[in-house]
Design a binder for this molecule. Structure first.
Ligand code: ARG
Length: 588
């Protein structure tokens, strides 16, 4: 379905042509003077030069050709040559009714769907999930849903950090604590126990303890590095421990991402691509891309136009160990082989930008990915506390995700209990739903690349540009629709009617922007613009609500029209929040 802006633009193009001017000047935008008009066209100003004519005269010529318009009810030429436009209320109602019937609420699917891989989440196994991983999960999930909504095949991959030094540290610490375990007995040839030798709680304590200890004790560090090396070269007992670490961690991660309503299609990780490394390294050497530099194997990726130095991509350390660059390149080898994606988007902290510049250049230059594969890095900013520094617990430690969510939920629960008289159990369930919306909306409403301040009080407020405000609006609509049905009416199949007052028309025009906004959000990969949009819709609805007696309207036709408009507004809002990755409760 065409967008409303498209339809108005086409109307203007016809008028320009009919008046003898080139249609390229017929560009229409939203009005920047909403007090005067809804849309505007400044094309007469641009055409004035080409036609050596006063802009106002051109504008008047155009306006003369718009008198019969179905789509516009008013077109005015104003000084110095603007054309102010208002949409015909009947036309607007027709547009909305068509939208309500259309698949995807009038959003067109991609004609040639693409296979898009999304690399997001990126938690490190055996380390607690912390708020740093929160942004990647929230932003990535939303982007995944948006791209999928447009009809593409999207594969979300968590890309676990499950290989390397942290594993060596855990193995070393475990051996120090429980040397009698069979994993450390080199003579042992039997089957290793099925039960893991630790719980998730222990595992999360082991890693930081070992990591801190290794920083102080060189011998211990050496041991952990050696354990890492042995693990990577296939040591049987260490492999078995690694598998335990994976099982325990991954089920904990699944639980946490489940709470966040973040859902990955693939649970692959760095370890999965180790098998591609040897052949990839051979290829890089054979084709002359890689060379040794102070013992390390590297690929140069600097380009002449660089204004900052881009160091070579590190393939192997002097001791032969693989690095972060190596696993990301090998992951590309695997992705090409298994999925041959058209595009891969990485949602990763913006501090890793250089790494991705190196990896992308190397992958393209060496043919690891086909030339037409689009590799896109979407770097996000830091989530800061109110002090402007990276978010910490009150005690100054790294905030764990679970605790952060709990804090938000409790704040939400307080507010819900203060406000309403629902029983505690329902209030608790609602606080979970609204709390998640508060966190996600608080994050997504900021442009991803910017740092932002995580402010519990602001995010959980029912007023202002917040998740709870949006949900509150949806719940309000639901409640009106329920009451309408409870009084014996059917809300199905009703038609939206032409608006009879300003606030109603404003809501209609806001709702009508849906397909246009989705296309912009999709093209720019900009969930924050979706937030800005639903905030506008919610505001337009609430203004309409405050100025209108909806259920008390005596004219049954008019009332039915209101109800139809509410239904569509609800659908638009709920579709949008689903694309952002959260949902609305039944009541609040
Ligand atoms: N595990 C990494 C980290 O915590 C993020 C992984 C991002 N994705 C990737 N393909 N490198 O920093």
């Amino acid at each position: 379905m065409k967008t409303l802006l498209n339809l108005i633009t086409m109307e203007m193009e016809q008028a320009f042509q009919a008046a003898g001017y080139d249609a390229v000047y017929a560009k229409v935008t939203l009005s920047n003077r909403p007090d005067l008009c809804e849309y505007q066209c400044n094309g007469a100003m641009a055409a004035a030069k080409a036609y050596k004519k006063a802009p106002l005269m051109i504008a008047e010529d155009i306006v003369a050709h718009l008198q019969e318009s179905q789509c516009l009810c008013s077109a005015e030429a104003v000084r110095p040559g603007f054309i102010n436009l208002k949409v015909d209320p009947m036309f607007a109602a027709g547009f909305l009714n068509e939208m309500a019937q259309a698949e995807n609420l009038g959003v067109e699917k991609e004609k040639e769907p693409k296979t898009v891989m999304l690399d997001y989440g990126g938690p490190n196994v055996a380390k607690p999930l912390h708020v740093g991983h929160l942004r990647s999960a929230i932003i990535g999930e939303s982007i995944k849903r948006i791209i999928r909504f447009k009809g593409n095949r999207v594969i979300g991959d968590i890309h676990l950090g499950d290989w390397g030094y942290q594993m060596g540290l855990i193995i070393t610490e475990l051996e120090a604590r429980k040397p009698q375990l069979p994993y450390f007995d080199e003579e042992f040839t039997g089957e290793y126990p099925k039960e893991p030798p630790f719980t998730i709680g222990e595992l999360e304590e082991i890693y930081p303890t070992a990591s801190a200890y290794a920083k102080e004790h060189e011998e211990y560090r050496e041991k952990a590095l050696h354990a890492t090396y042995l693990l990577q070269s296939g040591h049987r007992g260490y492999r078995a421990i690694w598998q335990h670490i994976m099982n325990v961690s991954v089920s904990d991660l699944k639980k946490n991402y489940g709470i966040l309503k973040v859902d990955f299609d693939l649970w692959k990780g760095e370890a999965d691509v180790q098998k591609y490394i040897p052949e990839m390294v051979e290829m890089l050497k054979d084709k002359g891309f890689a060379h040794y530099d102070e013992g390390a194997l590297v690929v140069d990726v600097a380009e002449e136009s660089d204004n900052k130095a881009v160091p070579p991509c590190m393939i192997l350390k002097s001791d032969g160990a693989a690095l972060y660059d190596t696993t990301d390149l090998a992951t590309l080898v695997e992705r090409e082989e298994l999925y041959s994606p058209d595009k891969i988007i990485y949602v990763v902290d913006k501090r890793q930008e250089l790494h991705f510049v190196q990896v992308f250049r190397c992958a393209k230059k060496t043919g690891i990915v086909r030339p037409d594969v689009e590799l896109k890095y979407l770097g996000f900013g830091t989530m800061n506390g109110k002090d402007g520094k990276p978010f910490k617990t009150r005690e100054g430690g790294v905030m764990r995700l679970e605790n952060l969510l709990r804090e938000i939920e409790e704040e939400m629960l307080k507010k819900i209990m203060d406000n309403r008289t629902v029983d505690t159990e329902e209030a608790r369930a609602t606080a979970k739903i609204v709390g998640l919306a508060a966190v996600k909306y608080g994050d997504l409403s900021n442009q991803a690349s910017k740092d932002y301040i995580f402010d519990v009080d602001r995010f959980t407020s029912f007023e202002g540009n917040t998740g709870p405000y949006i949900l509150y609006t949806i719940v309000r609509i639901k409640s009106i629709l329920n009451k309408y049905e409870e009084s014996g009416n059917h809300a199905e199949g009703l038609l939206i009617r032409e608006a009879c007052k300003e606030c109603e028309k404003a809501l209609m025009l806001e709702t009508a922007k849906f397909n246009e906004i989705i296309d912009t959000v999709y093209e720019e990969i900009a969930p924050h613009k979706l937030c800005a949009y639903i905030y506008d819709v919610a505001n337009a609805f609430n203004k309409f609500y405050h100025e209108t007696r909806i259920l008390a309207e005596e004219d049954a036709q008019k009332k039915a029209g209101y109800i139809a408009l509410l239904q569509l507004t609800q659908q638009v809002l709920e579709t949008c929040i689903d694309l952002l990755g959260f949902e609305a409760p039944e009541r609040m």
